[in-house]
Design a protein around this ligand. Sequence first.
Ligand SMILES: Nc1ncnc2c1ncn2[C@@H]1O[C@H](COP(=O)(O)OP(=O)(O)OP(=O)(O)O)[C@@H](O)[C@H]1O
Ligand SMILES: [Mg+2]
Length: 157
Amino acid sequence: MDTFISNSPAETFELGRRWAAKVRPGWVVGLIGDLGTGKTQLVKGLAAGLGITGTVTSPTFALLQEHDDGALPLAHIDLYRLERPSEIIGAGLEHHLTTPDGVTAVEWFERWLGRDWQPGQPLPESIQPSVGQALRLVHLSDEGETKRKIVHEDFGH
Ligand SMILES: Nc1ncnc2c1ncn2[C@@H]1O[C@H](COP(=O)(O)OP(=O)(O)OP(=O)(O)O)[C@@H](O)[C@H]1O
Ligand SMILES: [Mg+2]
């Protein structure tokens, strides 16, 4: 468990940029946090660190935005509009969440964890990454106007 306090959008971006040096094909970065806590800002930094030049925004309506011009393919998913795992599977997103070709960054990852899961509980068995894959679970919270707490925990490597 690793806690980072960000005092500005730029610091959150920089954290994401640093993570780009660590991520490997098969990684899922699962972002959990309310509206405006900086999930997209973190993905923008991650994308920049991977050398991606396209615009990164929450794919709230498209659900999935793929960026293929970086060091690794980045699938950016926003599950805000999908309520439960069955809807996520129905939308054809399962592959990106379980066996990513490159890196998958997921906003509103709690939708994939299901309604019974609460922060602090162990990961559901079905979410445990398989061999060669990894999950970085990230909790973001608002601690003030420009202060965000970003806590992450890695599973499966
Ligand atoms: N320390 C900080 N880190 C990140 N964003 C910050 C910070 N301080 C203020 N902000 C502001 O908070 C907002 C974060 O927006 P962002 O789109 O990244 O949130 P989000 O978690 O993706 O929200 P949504 O659920 O709506 O997609 C931006 O307006 C940003 O300028
Ligand atoms: Mg967002």
